[in-house]
Design a protein. Structure first.
Length: 504
C-alpha cells in the first residue's frame, strides 16, 4: 500500500481540479475529500510504468524538480497565488507547442469547455488516429454506461447433481486474488460438507463465457495475459500489481489448480487434476457474467440445504455452492485508468459485450463499445475498436471523440460516468503520470492536469481535464503519430496540457 502522504497528495490535487469545477463535476458519491473512496482505496495502489505498450527504460536525464512529497506544498499554495487566466485565443498558445518536432508529423488536438461542450480549439479534431492507451477512456465510459457503477463481476462454484464434480466458473474478473480464491474454496468445502459429501470430488473449470482467441493479436507479451474469463491475479507470475510482468500461458488452468489446492487444504479430498468442463446450470445462480449491483464484493455461498430443493431447468439438482465478486465497476474503472491496466480494460470491454448481447470476444467487444458510445450521442464516425486496451495499432479514435467522452463524464446528469474523471492520473503525482510534468514549463501542470496517457512505439497521446484560473473545466486530447521518441513526445504533450492550466 502507498504511504499515507501519497494519498493525501493525490486527494489534495484532486481537490484543486474538482473543487474549482463544482458546477461541472457534481459528486456521484461516495466521496472523501474531493475524491472517490474507490480511488483512494485502489487506484494509486502501486507505481506502474506509463502507457499501454511500455518503451525501453528512459535514458539518464539532468536534475529534475524535487519528488512529489517535498514539492506538494508549493503546488497547493498555488490556490493562494495570483494566477493568469487562459486567454481567449487558444490558438496563439497551442499552435507553437503543437508544432514541436518531438510530436512527429501527425498530430491532432481538441480542447472543449466541459460544461458547455463548446470546442475552444481544434486541429484535425475529427481525424481518426491510433489512440494507444487513451482508448481506455472509451472502454470505461462504455462499460459504466452499459452496466452501471455498482456492477460487480462474479466468480462462482457449481456442483453437479451428485456433488461429485465441482466446477469453477469464470465470470471475467481479472482482479481475483489468492485471498478471495481461498475464501471461495473454504465456502465450497463447507457447502460440500453440509451436503454430506465425504468422498473425493473432481474439479472442472468453465471459461465458456468468453469466445474467440484468448491471445491478443500482439502475441505473447508482458503487457497483457491471455484474455480469459477465469484468471488469478491477471495471470501475473510475480507479485506486481501493475505494469509489465511475466504472464501465465494458461491463466484458467493455473487458477483452477490453485483452487484445487486450496480446496484440499480446506478439508475436501480432491481427485485428479482440474480439467476444462461445462458447468451445469445451477438453480440458485444468476446468469453467468451478470454480477450483482450490491454487496461488499466478498464471497457469499448460498444456503446449500435450501438450494438442494430447487431444480435446474433440466430437472437436475445442480447448485451454486459459493460465489465471490469483484469490487464495483467504479473501482475497476479508476484502477484501469490510473494504472493503464490492460487486462482490466479487456475485461471491461467484454463485460460491455455481454451487456449488449454480443459475443465476449475482441470483435464482439469492439462492436458493443462502439454501439454504447453511439447511444450516448458521441461522434463514432471513423472509429475502430480492435481491442479495449489500446495495444492494437488498428484502433482508431478522434481527438473530438475523446473530449466528447470526457465531457459526458463531467455531465452532472450522468453521475455513473464520474469514475472516468476521478480515475485519471494526476500530473506529477499518481499512476502513469507520476514521473511526468517534472521539467521546464510542464511543471505548471503538476497537480492540476489529470490525464490518461497513451504509448506505443511511434504513437504518443494524452487526454484529460484541467481547470483554468477562472474556474472552467476543460477537456483536452492531443494525439501524435510517427513520433521519433517517447522521450521527446511525452514532454511536448505535457507542455501542451500544462499550457491550459493556470500560469503562476
Amino acid at each position: 500500500m502507498p504511504e499515507p502522504r501519497t494519498w493525501q497528495l493525490t486527494a489534495c490535487s484532486a481537490v484543486l481540479g474538482l473543487a474549482l469545477s463544482a458546477g461541472a463535476v457534481t459528486a456521484a458519491g461516495p466521496w472523501d475529500n474531493g475524491q472517490r473512496k474507490a480511488e483512494r482505496a485502489r487506484a494509486a495502489a502501486a507505481t506502474p510504468t506509463g502507457g499501454a505498450h511500455h518503451a525501453a527504460p528512459r535514458p539518464p536525464a539532468g536534475p529534475q524538480r524535487p519528488a512529489p512529497a517535498p514539492s506538494a506544498a508549493g503546488v497547493l499554495r498555488a490556490l493562494d497565488t495570483p494566477r493568469t487566466a487562459l486567454g481567449s485565443d487558444l490558438a496563439a498558445v497551442l499552435v507553437p507547442l503543437l508544432a514541436d518536432p518531438g510530436l512527429g508529423p501527425l498530430r491532432t488536438a481538441s480542447v472543449v469547455d466541459a460544461t458547455t461542450g463548446k470546442q475552444l480549439y481544434g486541429e484535425g479534431a475529427t481525424t481518426p488516429m491510433t489512440p494507444a492507451s487513451t482508448i481506455k477512456i472509451a472502454t470505461s465510459v462504455a462499460a459504466l454506461s452499459a452496466l452501471g457503477a455498482d456492477h460487480r463481476i462474479p466468480t462462482t462454484v457449481v456442483a453437479s447433481p451428485d456433488a461429485r464434480t465441482v466446477t469453477l466458473v469464470g465470470g471475467g474478473d481479472p482482479t481475483l486474488d489468492r485471498a478471495r480464491l481461498k475464501s471461495l474454496a473454504g465456502s465450497t468445502a463447507r457447502a460440500l460438507k453440509a451436503r454430506g459429501v465425504t468422498g473425493g470430488v473432481r474439479i472442472a473449470y468453465d471459461t465458456r463465457l468468453y469466445q474467440g482467441p484468448a491471445r491478443h493479436p500482439i502475441g505473447p507479451n508482458d503487457n497483457i495475459a491471455p484474455v480469459s474469463a477465469l484468471m488469478l491475479h491477471a495471470g501475473r507470475l510475480d507479485t506486481s500489481d501493475s505494469g509489465p510482468a511475466p504472464r501465465s500461458a494458461d491463466p484458467a488452468r493455473d487458477t483452477a489448480e490453485a483452487f484445487a489446492e486450496l480446496l484440499a487444504k480446506a478439508g475436501t479430498k480432491v481427485q485428479g487434476t482440474p480439467t476444462p468442463g461445462r458447468a451445469p446450470k445451477a438453480a440458485n445462480a444468476p446468469e453467468a457474467g451478470n454480477g450483482s449491483k450490491a454487496g461488499n464484493g466478498s464471497e457469499a455461498g448460498n444456503d446449500p440445504k435450501a438450494a438442494d430443493d430447487r431444480k435446474a431447468a433440466d430437472g437436475s439438482k445442480a447448485v451454486q455452492l459459493a460465489r465471490t465478486e469483484s469490487a464495483p465497476l467504479s473501482d475497476l474503472v479508476e484502477r484501469t485508468l490510473t494504472h493503464s491496466d490492460n487486462d482490466l480494460a479487456e475485461a471491461l470491454a467484454r463485460q460491455t459485450a455481454l451487456a449488449r448481447k454480443q459475443p465476449a470476444s475482441f470483435t464482439g467487444a469492439g462492436k458493443a463499445v462502439r454501439a454504447e458510445l453511439a447511444s450516448l450521442g458521441l461522434p463514432t464516425a471513423g472509429t475502430r475498436f480492435a481491442d479495449g486496451s489500446g495495444l492494437s495499432r488498428d484502433n482508431r479514435l478522434s481527438a473530438a471523440l475523446l473530449t466528447g467522452l470526457l465531457t459526458r463524464a463531467a455531465d452532472p446528469t450522468r453521475p455513473a460516468l464520474r469514475p472516468v474523471l476521478t480515475g485519471l492520473p494526476v500530473g506529477g503525482f499518481s499512476g502513469t503520470l507520476e514521473g511526468r510534468f517534472d521539467t521546464g514549463t510542464a511543471t505548471t501542470g503538476a497537480g492540476l492536469v489529470r490525464a490518461k496517457t497513451g504509448t506505443l512505439t511511434g504513437v504518443n497521446t494524452l487526454a484529460g481535464t484541467v481547470v483554468t484560473a477562472d474556474g472552467r473545466l476543460l477537456a483536452f486530447a492531443f494525439l501524435a503519430g510517427r513520433t521519433p521518441s517517447p522521450y521527446t513526445a511525452q514532454p511536448a504533450l505535457d507542455r501542451l496540457s500544462a499550457a491550459l492550466a493556470p500560469q503562476g
